[in-house]
Design a protein around this ligand. Sequence first.
Ligand code: GDP
Ligand code: IMO
Ligand code: MG
Length: 429
Amino acid sequence: MNSLAVVGAQWGDEGKGKITDFFAQNADYVIRWAGGDNAGHTIKIEDKKYALSIIPSGIFNSETINVIGNGCVINLKKLITEIDYVKNNGFDCNNLIISERAHLIFPYHIEQDKQLEKFRGPKAIGTTLKGIGPCYEDKVQRMGIRICDLFDSKMFKEKLKINLELKNKIFKNVFNSREFTVDEIYDEYIIYFKKIKHLIKNVTKVINNAFLENKKVLFEGAQGALLDIDQGTYPFVTSSNTSASSIPVGLGISPKKIGNILGVFKAYNTRVGEGGFPSEFKNLKQSDKIRTIANEFGVVSGRPRRIGWFDAVAAKHSIDTMGYTHMAVTLLDILSNFETLKICIGYKINNKIIDFFPPDINLLNKCEPIFIDVPGFKEDITNVKSFLELPLNAQNYLNKLSEILNIKIAMFSVGPERKQTILMEKNIL
Ligand code: GDP
Ligand code: IMO
Ligand code: MG
């Protein structure tokens, strides 16, 4: 198979960066098709941890071409900072290209994001405040400004002027917040443009040529299935489609180019931001225990991640809507030292059992989890090299997940390092 999509199967932060980096060592292209710098992907290479937000996780392999597609939204200031970060760590960024059709995030999007969250008050989504939602909003409203607009500075200024005319009215009269001048943004973005101009390409052509040349293509997802704008826990979601189904539109390629789809699941569940989470731990000590061992804090915002048991109802919804051909289970090592592990296999609302994932957030908030108990394991598994080396109870836990979800586990991971990834299914890329 010449292409593999690595997709978040829960509420993000499943370890997609690590899994992408693992396959990237054998890939010619690593391609992001959606989201922006709301993503935070951590990769550990030897003793060093790297955090990326907008640059694809294949950047540490000089042979791999890394692509940011048209479905992404790009904050140029952040992109340039991240390029410098990668370079300062001894890697070059000559293997990075950006779609001419990608939409740009501007300071006014970030301000809008902040003001909207303030307006929502107790009903705030808990966004990353990176301007993601407002940028996608402008895209759909057909007033977005794209990378290709920067090539014609006169037109760019004109578009900026029209946008700011409206935005400033809203900032002044609705939010009573700061306004922006055309010149301050224009001058800043012209400088950014000069720095990244050489990276801008027709990504559709690049990818189609890659397939013609039989290259190995890895699609790197951001966020996760339950944050998908259509299939997630709306409105507590991000503003893009996170599924592999959105790869063709996010890159301008045929759906026939999508090969295998790897759903990445954490061995338990986490979530940053607000919104329903039926299997969340009620016992804060339990959350603290996992949060401390696994360092469960947002890469982008530093917020503590909420933690809970593996939710198989949400996972089945994720599998139904995202169509994974394979499943990966990450952070299995974190579950060492639990007497008993729990898996949520159903929900109860007002004493009535339901086995589906409710579309309505009010219903989801009312869901009481129904758990099954699975015996835990005490052994340190961080040096395990194969499934059979796992303690029997850890094997049983993975087998139970696979049986409930009716999907084969193709790989699992027992630590943040490359060598702590165990691949059981060959030839997925
Ligand atoms: P992403 O957004 O899906 O790429 O995930 P994040 O990087 O935000 O969060 C996953 C965290 O778990 C990172 O700190 C990884 O280094 C770490 N990680 C990934 N896989 C494993 C694993 O199997 N065990 C442990 N202990 N940590 C892991
Ligand atoms: P990665 O790629 C976890 C969450 C935010 C918030 C909601 C909307 O690292 O898995 P946004 O800023 O996108 O409008 O915020 O989505 N969120 C993520 N949570 N991991 C992510 O990315 C996320 N990207 C957005 O916390 O709840
Ligand atoms: Mg993350």
